[in-house]
Design a protein around this ligand. Sequence first.
Ligand code: FAD
Length: 690
Amino acid sequence: AELDTLDIIVLAAILLGTVAYFTKGKLWGVAKDPYASSLAAANGAKAGKTRNIVEKMEESGKNCIIFYGSQTGTAEDYASRLAKEGKSRYGLETMVADLEDYDYDNLDAIPSDKVVMFVLATYGEGEPTDNAVDFYEFINGDSPQFTSDNEPALGNLNYVAFGLGNNTYEHYNIMVRNVDKALEKLGAHRIGAAGEGDDGAGTMEEDFLAWKDPMWKDLAEKMGLEEREAVYEPIFGIVDRDTLTAESPEVYLGEPNKTHLDGTPKGPFNAHNPYIAPIAESYELFNVKDRNCLHMEVDISASNLSYQTGDHLAVWPTNPGEEVDRFLNVLGLGEKRKSVISVKALEPTAKVPFPTPTTFDAIARYHMEICAPVSRQFLATLAPFAPDEASKAEMTKLGGDKDYFHEKINVHHLNIGRVLEIVGKGKKWSNVPFSVFIEGITKLQPRYYSISSSSLEQPKKISITAVVEEQKLPGRDDPFRGVSTNYLLALKQKQNGDPNPSPYGLTYEITGPRNRYDGIHLPVHVRHSNFKLPSDPLKPVIMIGPGTGVAPFRGFVRERRKMVENGQAVGKTILFFGCRKSTEDFLYCKEWEEAKQIMGDSFELVSAFSRENGSKVYVQHRLKERSKEINELLEKKAYFYVCGDAANMAREVNNVLAQIISEERGVPEAKAEDIVKNMRASNQYQEDVW
Ligand code: FAD
């Protein structure tokens, strides 16, 4: 119903193009193609949005739906890869669906000749991703209510399950495990094994690839599908909009949505709609030359955003110009970078991941995660479009041979542009349909930062504390540099007087689309978290936050300090902070002294320096030294918080705490571990780790 004239023109153009292609141009120029308008009409039918998944499958003729629960985009990416593969290899009519967009009470009405796939990431401390919260509560609830009286409730449902997790966390892949259990209990039939990918071991991609092949075999057998030679079928059509230029007002140059394009962004500001926040101040926290850690404050007073101490700020980064150039040039799009295109879903259930009409430059700069390491499967997808036989053979080998891929690509963490440069030996990859990249490269994701300010002290200004990411790589002189943090570094340099900042040789379109970020702004939104101080200020708190893990605790300490200034009494507030050297990376060193002045005995900072005095002292050692006091505080119901490195520190702190409890209370270690588990379950032990 909402199909506008533009949509029709664009769709018709795509279809005419396709028809022209298949008929070798004979029909080109036919103004009114009946087929074009019927598909345009079918596409228009999707406009009325339904939350009824059965209705949706019926109206769009789908027999395979792939739900995703995704936080950082990987699960969503895997879901669309499954969708594409199911269609091209097995002729399934697939669709990808955000768990948030549908109701679940009629999962029982999905007929048994269809299949539902769940690709579910486990987030943080065994939590569902934001978009999967409702689904998880529903399916994992005591007795989920379905629309019919089927017995068992999900006896008709065939499903496939893959989880994305991290084995360094306590609740490894708990989402997929619990959902699988719940579905099974409700009588649903799983096809293939429930797969588990492990980010902690760095094997996510290979786990996924190893899981999916046997799963497809089982599914094909169960549904009677014939495997065929996969042919690429675009999900998106690209249309040149020759009548438009990058100066035309309706062309998106990186604006996230229509209100931003119109120059009148409106709230609510959220994961779909950032607030372009003025940067109030920014400065360097380290005293060393080769490493950076930024303190940055954004002003939210002109927005309706609010936050609470302990929440997260999501930062919407842009890619560095050098990588945008590399990517566009290797595709042969360097000259066409400012050409205007429209992208339309050729599939009623597919969503174009960014607004159009837009330019290639804007897509690469603002919307695609072009700096991320490439996946093996994606290289296989690109092989048929290689510029010559040699690079086609190389891409096929890279895509098919796990060890070869690991040696050539993975250890060097090459991004897509670099791989194509190396494999093509300088040739342009101009045969690859651009839709392949739209489908195959993850959307550029916002990065989260633990808010390091206190909402009691400054409700309208949010600060973050971000260490600038850099990773030395074998065989490369230039280390990998993090997308978001180097962008923040450039913003900081600009704010502090450098008109053309280029940290480590990287440059950014710092003034944003149509210069709207000038003056100087950062696109953000706030993500609310459960990482919170106890509501009773008299409760003691123990905080473990080495490195940038100190970020939320700066907020906590400033909050309690403000309470003291307001004449309120606060409980004991102990912060364990660790870094390399007191003279180099001791974050907020002066502020802790001030806090001590104001808060007196109720505040204590315990520091651990790992590269001073010859001995490697870490926060967990300091914690152990204070066993008696820590145990006493816990017995007074102190809250215990850990923030920072998920891989090692958080786990070691957990173990040390169990040791402390065991020794101080004279209970066996297993019992002490249970006590720690219970503390976690009752929120007395909280983690904010990444
Ligand atoms: P990215 O470009 O995302 O790269 C990150 C890492 O990915 C690299 O170090 C590398 O290991 C790998 N990588 C990606 N692509 C490549 C490639 N092509 N080659 C090699 N390696 C690659 N950080 C803070 O500093 N302070 C905080 O308070 C903070 N709080 C957080 C809170 C939460 C809830 C979460 C989830 C994360 C938090 N982080 C925090 C981490 C932060 O979100 C970012 O992950 C971090 O700043 C890096 O982002 P980036 O864009 O600079 O790096």
